[in-house]
Write a protein that binds this ligand. Sequence first.
Ligand SMILES: Cc1cc2nc3c(=O)[nH]c(=O)nc-3n(C[C@H](O)[C@H](O)[C@H](O)COP(=O)(O)OP(=O)(O)OC[C@H]3O[C@@H](n4cnc5c(N)ncnc54)[C@H](O)[C@@H]3O)c2cc1C
Length: 284
Amino acid sequence: MDLFFLARRFVAGVDVESAIRVVRGLNEKGLHATLDLLGENVRDREQAEKAVEAYAALLEQIATAGIDSDISVKLTQLGLDIGEQFCEENMERLLSRAAECRNFVWIDMEGSAYTQRTLDLFFRLFRTHPHVGVAIQAYLYRSEEDARHLAEVGARVRVCKGAYKEPKTIAYRRMRDIRRNFLRLAEILFERGSDPAIATHDERLIEAIRHMTTERGITPDRFEFQMLYGIRPRLQERLVHQGYRVRVYVPFGTHWFPYFSRRLRERKENIWFVVKNLFEWSRT
Ligand SMILES: Cc1cc2nc3c(=O)[nH]c(=O)nc-3n(C[C@H](O)[C@H](O)[C@H](O)COP(=O)(O)OP(=O)(O)OC[C@H]3O[C@@H](n4cnc5c(N)ncnc54)[C@H](O)[C@@H]3O)c2cc1C
C-alpha cells in the first residue's frame, strides 16, 4: 500500500528528478532551497555509505541542473549511530565534494541524544570546512551557551524551535518560553555570528526578527529566513517580495515517514487531513 500521497504536501517526491523540478519552481519565485535526501537513524554501514554517495551525486545534479540549492543532512543518516569516526569520515567526503561544487552543507539537529555529538563533530569539521552550518533548537536550555560558542568561531547557524519530544528537565515546553529563547539565540547570532538562518513559520517571531534587524541596522543580505516545503508558501513569497532572502527546505526520497510524522505532530489539523484523505482513499 503506497501512502506517499499523504506526505505529498510536505515531501517533494520520492526521486531526485521530482525534487529538482520543485526547486526550479521555487527558484522561479525568487526562493532559494536546501535539499534534504530523507533518511535517519541508519544502523548499517553500507546504507550510510550509500547515503553519502547519493548526496555527493545530488551536489553534482544541483550544479548540472543550474538550480539554486544547498543541501541539509542528518548525521544519523551518515552513520553517527554506527560510530563517530565513521560519520566524520563520511562528512569529510561529502564536504570535499561540496567544496568542489562550491556548495554549502547544513547539518540538521536531531533529538537531544545527539546534540553534543553533533556539535562536537561540527566544530571539528568547521576547522577545515567553512562551508558547513548547523541547526540549534530554541526549546533546549543549553542552546544559549551553544549559540555563543558557535558565534565565537563565526559559524553559520540555523535557529529553529525544535521538532523532537524532549523532557522538561532539558527543554522549555511553553511556547512563550520557546519564542523568548528563539529571539535570545537570534540576538546572540546577530551580534557576533555570521549570516544566521531564522527557521520558522511563526509570524510573531518573523515580525520580531524584522523589528530587531531594522532597529540594529542589520540589512536583509546579512541573514535569511528558512521555511519548510509545503508550509506557509504565501508567507515565503511575501517575504521575498519585501526584499528578504528565503530558503525553502525541500525533503525528498522514499524514507519520508519519520519526517512526515514530525510534521503531523506539530499541528493537530494535519491529523484530520490524514484521516479525511485515508477515508476518501478507502472509498475509491
Ligand atoms: C528550514 C527549517 C529547518 C528545520 N530544521 C530543524 C532541525 O534541524 N531540527 C529540528 O529539531 N527542527 C527543525 N525544524 C523544525 C522546527 O524545529 C519546528 O518544528 C517547525 O518549524 C515548526 O515550528 P515553527 O517555528 O514554524 O512554529 P509553529 O508555532 O509550530 O508554527 C507557526 C505556523 O506555521 C504553520 N505550521 C508550522 N508547522 C506546521 C505543520 N507541520 N503543518 C502545517 N502548518 C504548520 C502554522 O501556520 C503555524 O501556525 C526546521 C524548520 C525549518 C523551517
